[in-house]
Design a protein around this ligand. Structure first.
Ligand code: CU
Length: 164
C-alpha cells in the first residue's frame, strides 16, 4: 500500500514539475525586432531582464554576416573569438540556458564586437529548474502538495484514491 501511494505521488510530481518547467520557460529574441546587428546595444537590452535556467536566447541576423560565438569572460571583454566555446553563423542561432552562471557571446567578424556586438547574460536557477523530489511516499506528498492549487490537489487526491 505505501509503495503504490509513493509511486502515484512520484508520477504525479514528475508530471507536474515537467509542466511547470515548460510553462515557465521564456524565449528571448536578442535585440528584439532589431535582432543581432551592428549598432545594437546588448548591455541595454539585457538590463532589467531575468534569465532563468531553461530559458532560450534566439539570435536573428543575415546568415554569414555575423556570428554568435560563445566565449569565456576574458575573451568577451577582449573581443577575442580564438578560443570559442561554440560558434554559429546560420542566421538563426538558438541557445538554451541550461545552467546557472554567466554566458558570454560575441560576434566574431572583425570589428563587430568592439563596437558593441556582444552580450553577457547572467542565468539564475528559477522555478523551471528541476527540484529535488523526495523518494518516499509521505515525504513526496508533503513536498508536492504546497506547490499545487486547490483544484490540482483535489485531482491528485482523486488519482491517489483510484490507485488505491
Ligand atoms: Cu557581426
Amino acid at each position: 500500500m505505501p509503495n503504490s501511494l509513493a509511486r502515484v505521488a512520484l508520477l504525479f510530481a514528475a508530471g507536474y514539475i515537467a509542466a511547470a518547467a515548460l510553462a515557465s520557460a521564456t524565449t528571448f529574441v536578442v535585440g528584439d525586432d532589431q535582432g543581432w546587428t551592428m549598432g545594437g546595444d546588448y548591455v541595454a537590452w539585457a538590463k532589467g531582464k531575468t534569465f532563468q535556467v531553461g530559458d532560450k536566447l534566439v539570435f536573428n541576423y543575415p546568415s554569414a554576416e555575423h556570428t554568435v560565438t560563445e566565449v569565456g569572460k576574458n575573451d568577451y571583454f577582449a573581443c577575442a573569438g580564438g578560443s570559442a566555446l561554440s560558434s554559429d553563423r546560420s542566421g538563426s542561432t538558438n541557445v538554451t540556458l541550461t545552467g546557472p552562471g554567466t554566458r558570454y557571446f560575441i560576434c566574431n567578424i572583425p570589428g563587430h564586437c568592439t563596437i558593441g556586438m556582444r552580450l553577457a547574460v547572467t542565468v539564475i536557477a528559477g522555478d523551471g529548474s528541476p527540484p529535488v523530489v523526495a523518494p518516499t511516499g509521505a515525504a513526496a506528498g508533503a513536498q508536492v502538495r504546497p506547490r499545487m492549487g486547490p483544484v490540482v490537489a483535489a485531482a491528485a487526491g482523486a488519482m491517489i484514491k483510484l490507485a488505491l
